[in-house]
Design a protein. Structure first.
Length: 135
């Protein structure tokens, strides 16, 4: 029997607004996923270490602070160092389209702006995990 998809939802940096992250976490749980929510003010190191400890299939980073061009590359670098190469890194928040393209070039998955339908996020994670994870 297949286990539920495990997703880590994280708020990295000094961004103290977590309503959206909580809504996403609840929606993913409602879709049958196991969700680990790290809470506010996490570092990239904390996120990657938690992802390793919890054996997650995906990491979702919520970012509204404008630090996305620092946070996502650092998470990707740490994941590579720890050989965590089969975990989806996705997220959302206020991220300009030009930056989304740059982040995707370094391996970040889809990034979702405010107002994205929850079913689209759920479907994306389910499809990615089905194609890229073996459990």
């Amino acid at each position: 029997m297949k286990r539920p998809i495990r997703v880590l939802v994280a708020k990295v940096g000094l961004d103290g607004h977590d309503r959206g992250a909580k809504v996403i976490a609840t929606s993913l749980r409602d879709a049958g996923m196991e969700v680990i929510y790290t809470g506010l003010r996490q570092t990239p190191e904390m996120v990657v270490n938690t992802a390793l400890q919890e054996d997650v299939d995906a990491i979702g980073i919520s970012i509204l602070s404008g630090a996305h061009m620092t946070v996502f590359p650092k998470v990707m670098e740490l994941m590579k160092q720890k050989e965590l190469t089969d975990v989806l890194v996705t997220g959302g928040g206020i991220i300009p389209e030009a930056d989304i393209k740059k982040l995707q070039e370094i391996g970040v998955g889809e990034l979702f702006p405010p107002g994205t339908a929850m079913k689209d996020i759920v479907s994306y994670i389910e499809e990615w995990v089905a194609e890229n994870r073996n459990f």
